[in-house]
Write a protein that binds this ligand. Structure first.
Ligand code: ATP
Ligand code: MG
Ligand code: ZN
Length: 375
């Protein structure tokens, strides 16, 4: 099974299958129910969170012959055409590959013609921030006076680059990163459909690494599932180069105990055993952040507990009370520096070692003063 297959195979065919974007799908569905669909939409947000998927669903639902409760029926001729990406009335333009010059010019001609079969001609302009200035101008003209039978859906990962003149003429929806528990349950569902039993820890690890993007999560799942019937956290760790949880907790514990020797030793061992330094740092930063959050807010600590393993929860319970917020903040900043440095380092361990020295700087100063005093 190739990694692509999985997320293509399970691309949502109804709004109900779209997760984590209910603030958008519910509004679109009620507009569809009330027949109040706008002529121009702009979907912005992080990669792999459902923009293209929702754009296609909206295109399908608005032209579907028998929509039900704001959902496309997925049975009629139009739905079938659109799902197969073959409908004459669904035009997708990928601005990233063409910058849109010819397409938008052609589109200006074509937009005047009535739809071939569907109620609307729907234009999905993906990565629209990549359009050239001329293409944006041409698009603007169409958005100023859209023909009654045309619907434009623009999608972008880079809202800043879309001119204000365009955004102000669209109904704008911001897609969000998808939370770890939501990603986990979606992955669990896919694993089930693939008839593979996957451990919760394994899915959690994938969800953490996907960083809010469901496509990345699903494509990683496809990668690690290949040829397996069962999926464990160790399988995932091997593929992602992720460290063991105890290696994360031991490193942090050493930092909190102000023991640079142990911290450096744990870091070295972990990386020698094949953990990817960025993956390791990411996991360390994640736990340090949880510690900070639970230190700042008890309620938050209860909420995040549901995302954590038993060992992590025990770690937070043990350390929350006795950590100082300024120290923790400085620690997280040094770790973030180390994370970025790890992309350009000569020795993979070095950024972590430097972070240890930086974070425990004071204990070295004390050491020197002590030695001087002894002399
Ligand atoms: N919110 C979501 N709910 C369900 N599945 C999703 C969601 N977001 C992404 N996916 C999955 O990831 C795949 C890719 O999503 P999609 O192409 O819609 O992302 P995108 O936001 O357009 O990303 P990009 O910015 O990279 O174009 C989908 O086929 C689907 O399987
Ligand atoms: Mg997209
Ligand atoms: Zn239909």
């Amino acid at each position: 099974m190739s990694e692509q297959v999985l997320y293509r195979k399970y691309r949502p065919q109804s709004f109900a299958d779209v997760v984590g974007q209910e603030h958008i799908t519910s509004l679109l569905q009620s507009a569809l129910r009330l027949n109040r669909v706008a002529h121009a939409y702009l979907f912005s947000g992080p990669r792999g969170t459902g923009k293209t998927t929702v754009a296609r669903l909206l295109a399908k639902a608005v032209s579907c012959e028998k929509p039900k409760n704001g959902e496309p029926c997925n049975m009629c001729g139009i739905c079938k055409e659109f799902s197969a990406g073959m409908g004459l009335d669904l035009i997708e333009i990928d601005a990233a590959s063409s910058r849109g010059i010819d397409e938008i010019r052609e589109l200006r001609e074509a937009v005047r013609l009535s739809p071939a079969r569907a109620k609307y001609k729907t234009y999905v302009i993906d990565e629209c921030h990549m359009l050239t200035k001329e293409a944006f101008n041409a698009l603007l003209k169409m958005l100023e006076e859209p023909p009654a039978h045309a619907i434009f859906i623009l999608a972008t990962t880079d809202l800043e680059k879309v001119p204000e003149t365009i955004t102000s003429r669209c109904q704008h929806y911001e897609f969000r990163k998808i939370s770890t528990p939501v990603i986990m349950s979606r992955l669990a569902e896919l694993a089930k459909r693939e008839k593979i039993s996957a451990d919760k820890d394994a899915l959690q690890l994938l969800a953490i690494f996907a960083d809010g993007g469901l496509r990345d999560a699903e494509s990683m799942l496809g990668q690690v599932l290949a040829g397996r019937e069962k999926l464990t956290a160790d399988d995932v760790r091997l593929v992602l180069g992720a460290p063991k949880e105890e290696q994360v907790l031991m490193f942090l514990e050493a930092l909190l105990a102000k023991n640079p020797a142990i911290a450096a030793r744990v870091a070295n061992e972990t990386i020698d055993q094949g953990a990817d330094p960025q993956a390791y740092l990411k996991m360390i930063i994640r736990t340090a952040r949880h510690l900070l959050l639970s230190r700042l807010d008890r309620e938050e600590s209860v909420r995040i507990a549901s995302e954590l393993s038993d060992d992590e929860q025990a770690f937070l319970q043990k350390h929350t009370a006795d950590t100082s917020v300024p120290e923790l903040t400085q620690m997280i900043k040094s770790l973030i520096d180390a994370y970025w440095m790890s992309y350009r380092t000569i020795f993979p361990q070095l950024p972590l070692e430097l972070a240890v020295v930086d974070i425990l700087r004071d204990s070295f100063t004390n050491e020197n003063t002590l030695k001087k005093q002894e002399i």
